[in-house]
Design a protein around this ligand. Structure first.
Ligand code: UDP
Ligand code: MG
Length: 319
């Protein structure tokens, strides 16, 4: 019998757990041809989500959990879940039921037909501000213009991954993770299915403006080095401009002399150049920062507990 894991990262989701678990149980009880595991990765919640998950595990042995030693962020929680699942396919789902489990049978159908990565694309994005939608659209346009493979728009982490995808993703141990990009980077046979994203059933989104900006910068810098080239282009442009201006001032002085020292022009030029230099240094700094994080080779997450047993050595997060 094929084994399928439903992987759910959980960070302070106590309010949604009862309904989530019931919905998942209802859904998988109908799919008896598979052996199921519902794997919760508790990403250092501080609202007792873990205690509730343990209670549910006592009642239903299909439920298992990995508990991280603190909040490592969703990207790392997902990796922990993939590391700990031993299934033939893994279905990744958010805890807040924004990704409807009713799509699972369809995902399985395509998987059985030989697809390795069945991802759900949202037609409606759920309740979001127009600003978030607009920025997100521009971001994907920019990203796709600047990288060699397509990063899919309106596609989240809700997907079914075959074992072979899971295996290669687990081997990618970069600490600056941008999972959406990784899913697209690995390739394999992909199948798109469409759905309307629901609004969160309870609790609130963990994303703040700052963390979204951070994710966007991560998305750009982990899959493209084009921004570094912006500095070169800008440098060339500014040098060319200053050459033209030099020529202009030279000829003007020859023809009419230099009655007033060009104070405003000087200030403008100095500020402009200063801005360009700071911008370029900022871009370089961003990449150096990422190199710094990467070379430390820290474990990507630490596990404190796995299915009722205490883990003393950090678990699979430690290489
Ligand atoms: N999440 C997590 N760690 C975090 C933040 C979020 O594991 O540091 C989980 C969260 O519990 C949920 C999923 O990631 O299952 C998506 O989070 P959220 O609903 O806040 O994101 P949104 O749907 O608004 O993009
Ligand atoms: Mg959500």
């Amino acid at each position: 019998m094929k084994k399928v894991t439903i992987l759910v990262p959980v960070y302070n989701e106590r309010m949604v757990l009862p309904q989530l678990i019931k919905t998942i149980q209802d859904c998988i009880s109908l799919l008896t041809m598979y052996q199921w595991e519902v794997l919760f990765v508790d990403d250092g919640s501080n609202d007792d989500s873990l205690i509730d998950i343990k209670k549910y595990r006592d009642l239903d042995d299909r439920i298992s959990y990995v508990s991280l030693s603190r909040n490592f962020g969703k990207e790392h929680a997902l990796l922990a879940g993939l590391d700990y699942s031993q299934a033939d396919a893994v279905i990744i789902m958010d805890a807040d039921l924004q990704d409807p489990p009713s799509l699972i049978p369809e995902m399985l159908k395509w998987w059985e037909q030989g697809f390795d990565d069945v991802y759900a694309k949202r037609m409606y994005r759920g309740k979001e501000s127009w600003c978030k939608k607009f920025v997100s659209l521009r971001f994907y346009k920019f990203l796709n213009k600047n990288s060699r493979f397509e990063i899919l728009e309106n596609v989240g982490d809700f997907r079914l991954l075959d074992k072979k995808c899971v295996n290669v993703i687990c081997r990618m141990r970069e600490s600056e993770r941008y999972t959406k990009g990784i899913f697209c980077w690995i390739g394999y046979k992909k199948k798109e299915i469409l759905f309307d994203r629901k609004d969160r059933i309870a609790g609130e989104t963990k994303w703040t403006v700052a963390s979204l900006v951070n994710l966007a910068v991560q998305g750009i810098t982990s899959f493209s080095i084009k921004p570094l080239r912006v500095a070169i282009v800008m440098g060339l442009f500014v040098s060319f401009l200053s050459m033209v201006m030099m020529l202009y001032f030279f000829i003007r002085t020859l023809l009419w002399g230099d009655p007033v020292a060009g104070f405003p022009a000087t200030i403008v030029i100095v500020l402009f150049l200063g801005g360009c230099q700071l911008f370029s240094i900022g871009i370089i700094g961003e990449y150096i920062g990422r190199i710094f994080m990467e070379v430390k080779k820290r474990p990507l997450y630490l596990v404190s507990e796995y299915n009722n047993s205490v883990i003393n050595d950090g678990g699979k997060g430690v290489l």
